[in-house]
Design a protein. Structure first.
Ligand code: AMP
Ligand code: ZN
Length: 469
């Protein structure tokens, strides 16, 4: 199996990666700030993280992923104040929309979705630890700040020059620029507007609320331990958010906070190039209205490497709709085929090798998709030739299912009842074969793909039965 490699923002190099315990990848992904439905830019990052977890599983590792929901921060409080609501009244409906939207894009469930407001005691405990270690101090207004000058590693992730670090000067807001690399707020004393929208808690320093950066450190360590395998987010989070997460966590524990830092590039909008029939699509609701399915969006996002900028355009989305239609047609044809040829089996072997190579090489999804289309061309040719080799056909179905368990590009149109039934039957056969070969990673990947479509398998003495939930 090819080595699994990832670009680590900390070292600015592509490096071999394996989980510390050799078995389970502890993955922390900074989640949405839930005051507005997430836009497609946010979802580009969440799709890159979905690709990450699926590729890690294809490699044979288990994944334990945390995606936090930031449900208290400056932006949420401003919104609640404007609307005369509590922060909970602002964030609850947005959390529901977030999960609906992410399911539309087939983003798999993370193992944990902690809400920041449920971890206030852990956040307070972390601040107490930092004060005890002499790297945090209580200011006159009873807010607590992190003293960046007292933490030797400050600025390492974002490569700040020591001259840029203004220790002693303070920045209170959650988001700020590199020009303001100052002591940042861990805990903010409550203002009347915080109390008014129920964003204040008791603490050893009086009423107050956590700073945004502190939230992620506390939730990550509470759920995944003091050292994460991978920490992900969009590139805008490198500074200050991740820089501050490192400072808080490492100054408290004395241990490395994350072994690998991965950041996804931005999605850009190009309004001018957007096709009329697609409309000015900015969020998932817009996609739904325009009839653009989750598979097409995944194709669009995965067509560019996650570390390159991607431009949103109607033409590109239309191209992706057409591309996944071809994948869907092929899926249907493969499910209905009666036999294959030796060359079909060779093409399937090639697909498996190339997809693993591409995805394990810093998640090269564009290359994996190119291999998939090359396979579809070759396989269509072989199916035209008509062969009777059932093992070859089985192998083609198995590898196709394995690849689709990662990329998940078969459009919903294929899922009319009859088509769904034949697709599921093909997956069951492929899974049985994978198990017979003791390739449990492949078998698990197939079960995940079925899970994602709401199909539950039941292994009985009479064979495997399935039902749609
Ligand atoms: P937020 O809800 O603002 O905290 O952002 C959630 C995630 O979306 C973070 O990982 C951001 O880095 C990411 N993000 C925000 N805007 C974009 C964008 N235009 N393209 C890609 N990722 C983004
Ligand atoms: Zn975070």
């Amino acid at each position: 199996m090819p080595e699994f490699r990832l670009y680590n923002t900390m070292t600015r190099r592509v490096e071999p990666f394996a989980p510390a315990d050799g078995d389970t990848v502890r993955l922390y992904t900074c989640g949405p700030t839930v005051y507005n439905p997430a836009h497609l830019g946010n979802f580009r990052t969440f799709l890159f993280e979905d690709l990450m977890r699926r590729a890690l599983r294809l490699r044979g590792w288990k994944v334990e992923q945390v995606m936090n929901l930031t449900d208290v921060d400056d932006k949420i409080i401003t919104r609640a104040t404007q609307q005369g609501k509590t922060i909970g009244e602002v964030t609850d409906p947005i959390v529901t929309i977030f999960h609906d939207d992410r399911k539309y894009l087939r983003i798999e469930d993370a193992e944990h979705y902690p809400r920041a407001t449920a971890y206030i005691p852990q956040m307070i405990a972390l601040v107490e630890r930092l004060i005890a270690n002499g790297v945090a101090y209580v200011a006159d207004d009873k807010s607590v700040y992190f003293a960046i000058g007292k933490f030797a590693g400050y600025g390492r992730l974002s490569r700040l020059d020591t001259r840029e670090i203004q220790s002693g000067a303070r920045v209170a807001q959650d988001d700020y620029s590199k020009e303001n690399a100052q002591d940042f707020a861990l805990w903010k004393s409550a203002k009347p507007e915080d109390e008014a929208c129920a964003a204040a808690w008791d603490s050893p320093w009086g009423r107050g609320r956590p700073g945004w950066h502190l939230e992620c450190s506390a939730m990550a360590m509470a759920l995944l331990g003091e050292t994460l395998d991978i920490h992900c987010g969009g590139i805008d989070l490198i500074f200050p958010h991740h820089e501050d997460e490192i400072a808080q966590s490492e100054a408290a524990t004395g241990k490395e906070f994350a072994r690998c830092w991965c950041h996804g590039e931005f999605l850009l909008t190009d309004g001018a190039k957007m096709a009329k029939r697609v409309g000015n699509v900015q969020n998932v609701e817009g996609l739904r209205e325009a009839g653009i399915g989750g598979a097409a969006v995944r194709h669009f996002v995965f067509s560019t490497h996650y570390r390159k900028q991607l431009n949103l355009s109607g033409d590109a989305l239309e191209g992706s709709m057409e591309a996944v239609r071809r994948i869907g047609d092929f899926a249907e044809r493969l499910a209905g085929a009666k036999g294959g040829t030796r060359a079909l089996e060779d093409a399937a072997d090639r697909l498996e090798t190339e997809v693993r190579q591409a995805l394990f090489d810093d998640l090269n999804a564009p290359e994996a998709m190119a291999a998939l289309f090359e396979f579809i061309r070759a396989a269509n040719r072989e199916l035209d030739a008509g062969g009777s080799d059932v093992n070859a056909l089985r192998r083609a179905r198995e590898v196709f299912a394995m690849v689709d368990a990662v990329l998940d590009l078969v459009p919903d149109a294929v899922e009319t009842d009859a088509d769904l039934a034949s697709w599921v039957e093909a997956q069951i056969v492929a899974r049985k074969d994978a198990r017979a070969r003791r390739d449990f990673a492949a078998a698990d990947a197939i079960r995940e793909a079925l899970d994602a479509k709401g199909i539950v398998l039941e292994d009985t003495p009479a064979g495997t039965r399935w039902k749609k939930t």
